[in-house]
Structure formats: C-alpha cells, structure tokens
Design a protein around this ligand. Sequence first.
Ligand SMILES: Cc1ncc(COP(=O)(O)O)c(C=O)c1O
Length: 370
Amino acid sequence: MQELIPPARLLLGPGPSNAPYRVLRAMSTPVIGHLDPKFMEIMDEVCQLLRQTFRTQNQMTFPVSGTGSAGMEAALVNLLEPGDVAVIGVNGVFGARMCDVAERCGARVVKVEAEWGRIIEPERIIEAVRQNPGARLCALVHGETSTGILQPLEEVGAFLKDGDTLFLADAVTSLGGAPLEVDAWGIDACYSGTQKCLCVPPGLAPISFSPKAMAAIAKRKSKVQSWYLDVTMLQKYWSAGEGQRLYHHTAPISMIYALREGLRIIQEEGLSHRWERHAAAAGHLYQGLREMGFELWSQEGYRLPPLTAAKPPQGWDVEGIRKQLLGDYDIEVGGGLGPAAGKIWRIGLMGENACVQKVAVLLRALQDFA
Ligand SMILES: Cc1ncc(COP(=O)(O)O)c(C=O)c1O
C-alpha cells in the first residue's frame, strides 16, 4: 500500500469545502494533552472566537466533538425531556432529521411543514407555538442545505424572547457565510459544523447555549440520555475556571487547532465582509447559471448564499455530467436529495470558495457541456 495522496478537488458541493493551508498546517502541529495548561489556553481562545462568530455573549459556547449532527443531537438531547412538545420547521432533509432526533428524545413533535425550496412563513411557526402553549422548544434550520433556503429567524426569535419556549437554530451551513446574530435574534441554542463556511475539515460542531437554555437544562427532571453529550458534564471541561477543569473525554486536539486557525482567518477578514463576499459570489453564480439556461430552484429573496440549488438545462444528463465534473475536472458539486434527487445540483460556495475566480472555473467547465 502506498502513501495516501488524495486528489486535489475543488469542493463546490454541500460540504466539506476546501480547507486553507493555514488550517491544514495548524492540524499538523504537535499534539499536546487535553489537560495541558497550554491546551486550556487554546480552548479558551477557541470559545472566545466562537462567541465572536456566533455573535453571542453566551458563556456556554464550545465545539462538540463530532460532526454537525452531533451538534444537533447535543442541542436536542439536552433541551428536551420525554413528554415535552417541540415545534419543528420542516422544509428539507435537516428539519426532518431534527424531528427524528427529537422523537428519539421522547418529545412530541409538532411539525410545521413547507414545500421543499420555500421558506416556512414565520407567522405559521408563531401560530404553531401559540397553539401549543407549553411547548418546550421551537427549532428551525437557518440554512437548509438540501434546498438552498435561508430561513428568516428574527420574527420568530422576537416572538419567543419573553416566553418559556426555547428557540433552537441549525446554523451548520450559515455560520460564517450568511448573517446570523444569535443574541440579537433571541436564539437560545445554535449549532454548526466546521466543514462548511468555517473552512475546517469535518469533525467538530460549534454550539452555543444561552443562559435561559442553561437554566432550563439545570431544571430538568430526568438525566440527559446521552452521557457523551450531556452539557452539564461538558461544562466542567469546557467552561470551568482555571485549575478546575475536569476530564470528560479526550478532546480531538488537532481538530481544535484547526478550528482555532479557521476562526482566526474569519476574524482577520471580518464577519460582515465575509457575509458580503458570500452574497457577491452567489450573485455571480446566479447570473452565470441563468445565462447557461439553468433555473434557480429555491425561492427568490430567500436564497442561501453558500449553497445554490439549480436545475440544469433541458436535455442535460444531470447525474452523468456531475460525475464527469468530478472525474474529468476535479470539481465536486452536489446532487439533489429527496424529491429533488436527479433533478437539481447543489452548488456550494463556502468559505475560501466564495469568490468570483472559483465561480469562473465552474462556469468555464460547464460550457463544455452546453
Ligand atoms: C443544515 C445541516 N444540518 C445538519 C447537518 C449535519 O451535519 P454533519 O453531516 O456534519 O453531521 C448538515 C450537513 O450537511 C446540514 O447541512
């Protein structure tokens, strides 16, 4: 068996995105112990950088060891107890996944559904919470990667702010690539993944819990079912004062180095600039695709800049060309999921790849098929 040399692909799919050399270099620096005082400093830096990126003051902000789904599970398993009611928006794969996880927590799920590729009207979500006055949780996917929809959160957050129902948002694809204001929008729990707009390989799920969420967790009647994801135990490792940190599990050291570097890059660029860059790159892509006869599939006015769902022109071999792009051009784009399988492509412009140059590379390759 030979040394591993993976192909150098341009990752323009739904994630992972390409990790910059700075991030890869950070990963190859020496591993130290998870209770080493130097590592504790690094942990504090990562938590602070995450707060800045989530736009929150929440003390309990840290990376869960696991992918985005571990973040989803960590949020739901801590916030829900058997018998609780959870109002969950479903307009794609990831809303449906949240329902599945919430049901596994023993919650009664009230789904608020909308057609794939369209937002869920905020009034409908608010109405569902009104109809279920004791609901423990209202959960929405901010950036629905399966459809390329950016779900508005502010109105729902403002409605929930003064009540007991907690507001959970999935920001796996939006964090670092589209405006997200955890504190200003009244979000009580928010999770993401490292492999999209943060430009770090998959493996960590940044998460943030508000004081209101932490107070609700402290009042739970039952133990959190998951030992690994119990935030009250993780708190003693991630958020305890100096000299008081307790071993919980062996943190994935190299991934945390990588996240630190990815977040440093974001801070250097500035969040607003980064959001604007993603929006501008998406604008170039929309124009180029339209000129080639593609149809933009998701609802106008609510498109998720880091992920564009587009229907190739009539007569194109949708899946065949996608495979050729990968095999012959080293360009990855994603296929459709669920009702959109075989019909659309999902084109990611995430992090480093959200730029005119990468859009041009893709469009030039596509011209060979026109
Ligand atoms: C919106 C959304 N939520 C959750 C997930 C799950 O993340 P992961 O695949 O990293 O477990 C994804 C992954 O693509 C996602 O796009």
